[in-house]
Design a protein around this ligand. Structure first.
Ligand SMILES: C[S@@+](CC[C@H](N)C(=O)[O-])C[C@H]1O[C@@H](n2cnc3c(N)ncnc32)[C@H](O)[C@@H]1O
Length: 374
């Protein structure tokens, strides 16, 4: 047995995580500290109070334990925590005691996550100010979130937030395109832009599941990090809002010959260089970041280890375009030495992107950016 410290919480684990895998007695992944930090930062930043929060795939329970300690007290009405693992109730209770958390606004369950989400509406004894719908649902599964999306969408409250982690980035970036088509109803693209297209393919899939129930799921914050994607959707209700979302589902066209790219309703266009475009999609081409939210998160962040990512995302939110130019990829394409990033940013009037350390988002055309290499 070992003790692990993660910010406000000390966690008792049956074995220290030398190897992270699904077979661990209690699942705890230190690589996901950042994922949990950003969830806390986002919830403390959004102007939402008295929330009913659901953590359906809780693992060790570290996320909820941290919510209880690190979210502002006004934030939580009730926290519902669940994991299917047999030993979860015992391990969670032990960790509550270890951290001296005696919370009356917490209920723990040991069910399948879908049943957990759907059944709370039928509970005869519900906590005060809870009608069976959640203001925040955190889906943090192994691999694809697909299995849990329908229940989460069914039980998200108006204006509520669904947070989705996907660690099956190989499926979203088209290691096997058949898998992307089957699981995500979209065509992947494998090139330097694949994490942006993968993230946007995930977003459109979740949105398609939402619109059939007139729920418009708009991303407030979407990013790619390490081995996973993470998206925070805000759920709004209404046919018009859903139609507006669907208008932002397009194809992303990329020319492998000249590196030109654009979005389009069609996937069979020719590039100006007369080469056929390759394509990804359909996918979400709208904003990945709510500018006001990310600006507040970047300026009020209590986690120094997240500051670099917050600052880049904040910059990135200023130029809302799909796709980016990679200064190294372009330099290689034109047979030139790479230009320092600061020079590139100035010349292209661009901003950095978190998708690549050498990537730049800009509204400039390929001809304009290519001048740097002439
Ligand atoms: C990636 S871990 C969760 C990590 C946790 N959210 C955190 O922040 O540390 C996924 C968890 O989902 C649980 N799980 C898998 N399938 C489930 C299901 N159908 N219902 C409920 N829990 C499930 C596993 O036992 C595992 O603990």
């Amino acid at each position: 047995m070992g003790l692990i410290k993660e910010h406000s919480i000390t966690l008792k684990t049956l074995s220290l995580p030398s190897k992270i895998n699904r077979q661990m007695e209690t699942f705890y992944n230190p690589l996901m500290i950042s994922n949990r930090n950003i969830a806390i930062l986002l919830l403390n930043t959004l102007p939402l109070k008295n929330m009913n929060l659901a953590d359906p795939l809780a693992g060790s329970g570290i996320r909820s334990l941290r919510f209880l300690k690190e979210l502002a007290p006004v934030k939580i009405n009730h926290l519902f925590i669940n994991d299917l693992k047999e030993n979860f109730p015992k391990v969670f209770q032990e960790n509550m005691a270890l951290n001296k958390i005696k919370s009356s606004n917490l209920s723990a369950f040991n069910e399948d996550a879908n049943l957990f989400l759907l059944n709370r509406v039928n509970d005869s004894k519900k906590p005060a100010n809870f009608c069976g719908y959640f203001d925040y649902i955190d889906l943090d599964p192994f691999g694809s979130p697909n299995h849990f999306l329908s229940a989460a969408i069914a039980r998200i409250a108006r204006g509520g937030i669904i947070a989705v982690t996907a660690t099956d980035t190989a499926a979203l970036t088209g290691t096997y395109p058949k898998v992307t088509r089957r699981k995500y109803w979209s065509e992947p693209l494998r090139n330097y832009l694949m994490h942006e297209t993968g993230l946007r393919i995930l977003i459109q899939k979740v949105q398609l599941l939402g619109v059939q129930f007139d729920k418009a799921l708009r991303p407030l914050l979407a990013y790619s990090k390490d081995h996973y994607y993470r998206v925070y959707f805000q759920s709004e209700i209404g046919k018009e809002k859903c139609d507006a979302l669907l208008k932002e589902h397009h194809y992303f066209l990329f020319c492998a010959k000249c590196l030109n790219f654009k979005t389009s309703y069609f996937n069979n266009e020719r590039c100006r260089c007369h080469h056929d475009f390759t394509f990804a999609g359909p996918l979400w081409t709208g904003p990945l970041l709510d500018q006001k939210l990310i600006s507040h998160m970047a300026t009020n962040n209590p986690f120094p280890e997240e500051q670099k990512l917050m600052d880049i995302l904040h910059q990135e939110s200023m130029i809302n375009v799909m796709g980016f130019y990679d200064s190294h990829v372009l330099a290689q394409h034109f047979g030139k030495e790479p230009v320092p990033l600061a020079t590139v940013l100035k010349a292209w009037k661009g901003v950095r992107t978190h998708f690549s350390p050498t990537g730049v988002k800009t509204t400039k055309t390929l001809e304009e950016v290519a001048r740097l290499y002439s």
